[in-house]
Design a protein around this ligand. Structure first.
Ligand code: ASP
Ligand code: MG
Length: 473
């Protein structure tokens, strides 16, 4: 009888799962226990930045570039160092390991300070420097998590995304993987498996010539699935501090519950619609190899969590989950020239793309005299500016108006495809509540219906739909 194949798991710890020293200790113990429980499981750990650190870094980098005050740089990196040292002191019991980790934190902070001073003096923050600065969240967390695992008794080594072969193009902020990197990642990770645990910085990549890039916000999920696919993992576990993927936001919607199973396609639809469950591209790497992803709760590790897999389990429920994108705006573009919709639309989309505006929804009436777009409100100014630039050189656009006080709601479920009356049920539920709908769209996949309502009515709308499809039971 041959030796049984060892389980091979990629475990990603999200920001909330490593929000403080205690949680990092819990995470490290989980890694150790999983390894022991499953006869020497092979584990690759992927880490996010500590909760809220990435946001703070971006905020401060912008402020520093604007204000140009070097003392602010010192103040900020001082605080960041203190925070990470404190977290490390709680997470790591072994004094030798702690000393080494504090040394690493000191080095990283010094690198970061140098870069921030450059940004401060130049008063300019390029996308490339933003990626470099942004990567420090993960690069500060990885030594601490690796140290905590070592302190729990297993040898661990930390790496950046670039170190383990995540090579990307130079689209800073949302870099794309270069072709063929799978073999490279495999070649670098496989020899590490076994007694040691590699701890990889999520979110980060590197160009061919060694410039640090990032994979887009929330990108450590993506790192985990890239690695999982490359090494043919049995499963990918995403550790969070909630029980899994929920039917709706439990803080807002009554009876929201954990969804035990969801298909790749549904999970993708949900992440496109702003549910903070997964990076929108995280499913891609594992689809072909059908590697399951499990979303698990660090505080309730025996729970199965939510399993994301290949099969499209058609439950009795046509719609499974509902998600809300809070701060969105509708932009209406009107004009006689809009008659030739494809020409004007293509110009509008290209100026918006050039300014990095993401379009969430599009609709144009059959009279073809208006085109309406839904975008993130944070991008509204940029979008209006871009559309006006067409207006300035041409007169096809008569009027641009907007409503920045709306929410976009997405209803998701594979059971909706081909089920008659789902849309009717959605909109009569809204009608019964007296909620007026400003815009509607259904993807041709029919796996989602999305619509826009006034912000004040959004939760009521979501609750009504959650109730009518009995998503909570
Ligand atoms: N730290 C990064 C972010 O906040 C990546 C991640 O957490 O997945 O976006
Ligand atoms: Mg995340």
């Amino acid at each position: 009888m041959g030796r049984e194949k060892r389980m091979r798991i990629v475990m990603k710890f999200g920001g909330t799962a490593i929000a403080n020293g205690e949680k990092i200790k819990t995470a490290a113990n989980l890694v150790m226990q999983s390894k022991e429980a499953a006869e020497n499981m092979e584990i690759v750990v992927v880490t996010s930045a500590i909760y809220a650190v990435t946001d703070t870094i971006y905020e401060q980098a912008n402020r520093i570039a604007e204000e140009g005050k070097v003392e602010k740089v010192k103040e900020f990196v001082g605080e960041l160092r203190k925070k990470h040292n404190m977290v490390a002191s709680v997470a790591i019991c072994d004094t030798q390991v702690l000393k080494k980790v504090k040394g690493e934190i000191k080095e990283r902070i010094a690198e970061m300070e140098k870069a921030l001073i450059g940004i401060c003096l130049l008063g300019e923050l390029t996308l490339r420097s933003l990626d470099y600065i942004g990567s420090f969240g993960e690069r500060l967390a990885a030594p601490i998590l690796a140290g905590a695992i070592q302190s729990a008794g297993i040898d661990a080594v930390h790496f950046t995304g670039g170190d383990i072969g995540i090579i990307t193009n130079a689209e800073y902020g949302s870099a794309q993987l270069m072709g063929g990197i799978e073999q490279e990642v495999r070649a670098r990770i496989m020899p590490l498996l076994g007694d040691k645990i590699p701890v990889v910085c999520g979110f980060t990549g590197e160009t061919k010539d060694g410039k640090i890039t990032t994979l887009g916000r929330g990108g450590s999920d993506y790192t985990a699935t890239i690695i999982g696919a490359a090494i043919d993992a049995d499963e990918i576990w995403l550790w969070k501090d909630t029980d899994g993927i929920m039917s709706a936001d439990p803080k807002r919607i009554k009876n929201a519950r954990k969804i035990p199973y969801i298909s790749y396609i549904e999970a993708m639809e949900l992440s496109y619609f702003g549910a903070a469950v997964l990076h929108p591209r995280a499913i891609e790497p594992v689809m072909e190899k059908k590697i399951p992803i499990r979303v698990k709760n660090l505080l309730n590790p025996d729970d199965e969590g939510t399993l994301i897999g290949e099969g499209q389990e058609k439950t009795k429920k046509a719609a499974k989950a509902i998600t809300l994108i809070e701060n969105t705006s509708i932009v209406n573009i009107a004009g006689t020239g809009i008659r030739s919709i494809s020409d004007v639309a293509s110009r509008i989309f290209s100026v918006l793309a050039a300014r990095n505006v993401d379009i969430i929804m599009i609709s144009h009436g059959s009279s073809e005299r208006t085109l309406s777009l839904v975008i993130d409100s944070a991008q509204l100014e940029r979008a209006i500016d871009a559309i006006q630039s067409i207006h300035a050189v041409d007169t096809v656009i008569r009027d641009i108006s907007y409503n920045s006080n709306v929410c976009t709601v997405g209803v998701v479920g594979v059971g909706m495809a081909g089920t008659i009356g789902v849309a009717g049920k959605v909109f009569s539920a809204l009608g019964n509540e007296g909620i007026s709908v400003k815009m509607i769209s259904q993807g041709s996949s029919e796996f989602n219906i999305s619509f826009v309502v006034q912000k004040e009515e959004a939760y009521k709308a979501a609750q009504a739909i959650h109730d009518v499809f009995e998503m909570g039971s």
